[in-house]
Design a protein around this ligand. Structure first.
Ligand SMILES: Nc1nc2c(ncn2[C@@H]2O[C@H](COP(=O)(O)OP(=O)(O)O)[C@@H](O)[C@H]2O)c(=O)[nH]1
Ligand SMILES: [Mg+2]
Length: 410
């Protein structure tokens, strides 16, 4: 284990923030640094659909905040944080709307929000639970490998943000390949695993012992460890829940630093790999034939023009439109040039309208100019100054070397 992970993260941040090509990764690393400094541990509940994740989460939190028995929506995740009891929906376009707990399934169940047509990004629940008091954040994920294909991807994405994981199995169906694969992948990101088997109320003690032994053996092999602790629980009757909860709270308190360092190290490696891929994309784009680059620039210019034209026609909801334009532009840059163009999506508490049309049009203009300007700079598009070209190439080479060095030290 690397004790200098904070230092390495700071160094990485310094390198990444010096180059606009990697601003997305820079921001990610900044978040990792903040989490490490504040000792914020994110614990996720992971498991296949219907294992009882939401029921167990409610039991652990001692508050029925999460809807139970729903088919989770394809691409929205629910986070629970410490605070006065409240629920809010965060939309992809930045809008944040407070909602009643009783309405949650409208946003996070596939039946009511099919294919996430409402554009929900996440749902944040606040509850004054003992479990969350020490800075823990709890994440309830869509089921791994449920019949909606994308759920696995969403769960996996949030997995990457988790520091510790409660991996939930249940006695009513044996461990399957999807769970095995998923666990294998999550090993790359999480600093700590807690294993639990749910629904122990539906089997007798002999069957339970046999099943626990079987799972332990399998999980030890997969995790490449000699021994694992397995918590048999019944989220329904409450059996074993207190033990699991106490164990996690104690462990996260005692080992917060280790868990975070372990998970930050893994995530830092991932961020560096992603930055290197990004730099590689830039290389490829820079080496594109002028003719091809010309065509792609023309397409981007057209997109920018059509966005400006649309903007002129809007009469309300300017902040939301601005966020939507950012999403649209970064999507376009990704398809045309294969690179991530990072925008901050402004969070918009529902009902907050401060921008007038003049300001909106100015911001749209700036957004478009910024994008074209940055693309020009990054891609050295029609750059005639040989010095600038050489300097840019040197910078990319240098950054690539620095990042590779840190990654090899981790
Ligand atoms: N018998 C029994 N049923 C449970 C238990 N925990 C959850 N369930 C049921 O399993 C179903 C799925 O639960 P849910 O928490 O929504 O699962 P999730 O999809 O993993 O979040 C629901 O009908 C629950 O009532 C348990 O400990 N025992
Ligand atoms: Mg659930």
């Amino acid at each position: 284990m690397n004790n200098n992970v904070l230092e390495q993260a700071r160094k990485t941040y310094q390198f990444l923030s010096g180059d606009e090509a990697c601003s997305g990764q820079a921001q990610h690393v900044k978040m990792l640094i903040d989490k490490l400094e504040n000792q914020d541990v994110t614990v996720s509940m992971i498991g296949q659909f219907k294992r009882g994740k939401s029921t167990l989460a409610n039991a652990i939190l001692e508050d029925d905040v999460l809807p139970v028995g729903i088919v989770p929506v394809t691409s929205a995740v629910t986070k629970v944080v410490y605070g006065k009891r409240a629920a809010e929906v965060h939309y992809q376009n930045g809008v944040v709307e407070p909602v009643e707990f009783s309405r949650l399934s409208e946003f996070i169940s596939e039946q009511e929000n099919s294919n996430n047509k409402l554009g929900v990004e996440s749902v944040i629940l606040h509850t004054p639970s003992k479990f969350l008091k020490n800075g823990l954040t709890f994440v309830d994920t869509p089921g791994v490998g449920s019949f909606h294909k994308n759920n696995t991807e969403t769960a996996y994405h949030y997995m990457k943000e988790s520091d510790a994981v409660i991996f939930l199995l249940s006695v009513d169906s044996p461990i399957n390949q999807i769970e095995i694969d998923f666990l294998h992948n999550t090993k790359e990101f999480a600093g700590k695993f807690y294993f639990a088997i749910n629904k122990t109320d539906i089997v007798d003690d002999n069957d339970l012992t046999a099943y626990v032994d079987y799972c332990k053996k399998l999980l030890c092999e997969m995790m490449e460890v000699e021994e694992i602790t397995m918590f048999p629980v019944s989220a329904k009757s409450g059996r074993g829940v207190e033990e699991l909860k106490k164990f996690i709270i104690k462990d996260c308190k005692k080992s917060a630093r280790e868990i975070l360092e372990e998970s930050t190290e893994k995530k830092l490696k991932d961020a560096i790999t992603s930055a290197l891929t990004q730099l590689d994309f830039y290389w490829k784009a820079m080496n594109m034939e002028y003719k091809e680059l010309d065509q792609r620039f023309e397409t981007i210019s057209k997109t920018v023009d059509s966005i400006k034209e649309k903007a002129a026609g809007y009469e309300a909801g300017f902040e939301i439109h601005l966020n939507e334009m950012k999403l649209q532009l970064s999507e376009k840059v990704l398809t045309l040039f294969g690179m991530e163009y990072h925008y901050d999506i402004t969070q918009l508490p529902a009902g907050l309208v401060t921008m007038d049309k003049g300001e909106f049009l100015r911001q749209v203009e700036m957004l478009c100019e910024d994008l074209i300007g940055t693309l020009n700079r990054i891609l050295l598009y029609r750059e005639e100054n040989a010095y600038t070209v050489v300097r840019r190439i040197n910078n990319i080479n240098k950054l690539t070397r620095q990042l590779r060095k840190i990654r090899s030290e981790l």
